[in-house]
Design a protein around this ligand. Structure first.
Ligand code: MN
Length: 487
């Protein structure tokens, strides 16, 4: 037991999520990542005097969907507030947010913490707009206002997280929900999801919370875990090194930055209190009243969420935990699997062909089934041909190679075009081959009659080889048994 084991960590996350609406939060300017700097900036976004914000209905709709997906309450009344701060990335000198009456209250996310499901309660989520971005050059700093006014929803958890692994489990489960609800693209590299991590520690058993520090703008789960580890250690080291100093002086409330190369957290500034932001109701936007009908409609039309899909794949389709998890983390691939399911005679085989066989065959190309536009129905047709024993596994693999070469052709068409792929089903033809193999291997017949089972398998192998794997193994087995019994 180390000194660290005697301490516990309390973490709350604030997750900023960019909504994938076509326009900004309070204007009709395109909301689009990656364009030339300062090309998506309107009069409202740049805070021109006399301009007024107009609330984006699509952003509200997505917030309602998210509230339903988080099993949260959507109050019938919410409103916007001004958060004042001076910084070059904020042309208005204030952010429009929801401080007093957020659009989402409560709710939870289920996260998988190293195989164990944990419920992470949400405190609230509020709509707000994003700031621009500073870009640092060698001799000056520029500002790109393309992001200014982009719609954000900020999800705030209860202080329910106890370590980096849990923080990651929560954030990655939340990210999947956002993607499945089509609320955000969840693209971490583009900053569509950024986590602020609030951390405090206390000796086990102590009541009440000590000062917390906040690590800003983490946009990778693994870095967030490293940052939490470093900050927890820093705080515990500080407390244990100065046991007689008041706690507030040992770890003041600060905003931190995580430095990846050194894996250390650094203080950027002391923390600003809520009073410094001078929150007050936004006078240019009326409060928002959301009818119960709208909420019920959203709840009714909610798509299947990742957790539900995961459970269905395991319980109804018999997929393994690993396969189900693989699919829910790749929604596009899971949707492809869904397309293939209709009319499929063996979902587990379909899963296996999609996630193992085809991915393996495409590995060297760097592409996947979706990239090459191989229709899911064609993969299903292949599975059904195997299920119906029309195709042997060996021929199916050759056919799969042909399908990759000609993704628009169905397995049936490819079989017609390539006689080598046509299965051998003619019993007379198979009988002739079986007889010729028996003629060549008299010793095996003797062995078989002595009860040596290896001999039977040897003969099957020889016959399948002679038919180039095209004969139905069932027919081969029947014919061989019949001949051996009669010999
Ligand atoms: Mn915020």
């Amino acid at each position: 037991m180390t000194k660290y084991d005697q301490w516990e960590t309390i973490i709350g996350l604030e997750v900023h999520v960019q909504l994938n609406t076509s326009t900004k939060m309070f204007s009709r300017t395109p909301n689009h990542f990656g364009d030339e700097p300062n090309t998506n900036v309107g009069l409202v976004d740049s805070g021109q005097p006399g301009t007024l914000p107009i609330l984006n209905k699509a952003a509200v709709k997505k917030a309602i969907d998210l509230g339903c997906g988080l099993n949260a309450e959507i109050p019938s009344f919410c409103a916007f507030d001004r958060k004042s701060y001076f910084y070059p990335d904020s042309p208005r000198n204030y952010q429009i947010t929801q401080f007093f009456h957020p659009i989402i209250k409560g709710g939870y996310v289920m996260g998988n913490v190293e195989g164990v499901m944990k419920k992470f309660p949400i405190r609230e989520a509020h709509l707000e707009d994003d700031a621009g971005m500073l870009r640092h050059f060698s001799s000056f700093t520029g500002v790109d206002y393309n992001r200014a006014g982009a719609p954000l929803i900020e999800i705030v958890t209860e202080p329910c997280i106890t370590c980096g692994k849990e923080a990651s489990a929560f954030a990655s489960a939340l990210r999947l929900i956002l993607i499945y609800l089509d609320v955000s693209n969840g693209n971490m590299e583009e900053g569509s999801m950024r986590m602020d991590v609030n951390i405090s520690v206390r000796p086990r058993g102590e009541k009440g919370l000590r000062n917390k520090t906040e690590i800003k703008n983490m946009n990778s789960f693994s870095n967030m875990e490293l940052a939490i580890e470093a900050e927890v250690k820093r705080q515990i080291d500080a407390y244990t090194a100065a046991p007689n100093t008041p706690h507030k002086e040992v770890v003041p409330s600060t905003t931190m930055r995580f430095d990846l190369p050194t894996k250390q957290t650094f203080v950027i500034r002391s923390k600003v209190g809520a009073e410094d932001y001078r929150y007050f109701p936004e006078p240019d936007l009326p409060p928002l009243c959301i009818s119960r009908e709208v909420v019920e409609e959203a709840r009714k039309n909610l798509p299947e969420l990742p957790e539900q899909r995961h459970t269905r794949y395991i319980e109804k389709l018999g997929l393994s935990e690993y396969q189900a998890t693989l699919f829910i983390h790749d929604k596009a691939l899971a949707d492809y699997f869904e397309q293939g399911l209709s009319g499929c005679k063996n979902p587990k085989a379909l899963c296996n062909w999609i996630t193992v066989e085809f991915i393996g065959k495409l590995k060297d190309t760097g592409k996947n089934l979706l990239d090459i536009h191989l229709q899911a129905q064609h993969v299903t047709a292949l599975i059904n041909l195997i299920e119906d024993k029309v195709l042997t596994g060996k021929v199916a693999k050759i056919l799969a190679d042909e399908m990759i070469k000609s993704p628009h052709k169905s397995p049936e068409v490819l079989m017609k075009e390539n006689p080598d792929l046509i299965p051998m089903q003619n019993v007379d033809e198979i009988e002739t081959i079986v007889q010729s193999i028996l003629d060549k291997n008299p010793q095996s017949i003797i062995d078989y009659n002595k009860g040596i089972s290896k001999a039977f398998n040897f003969l099957i192998g020889q016959i399948m080889q002679a038919t180039k794997g095209k004969a139905s193994p069932d027919i081969v087995q029947q014919v061989l048994l019949k001949k051996l019994t009669n010999s």
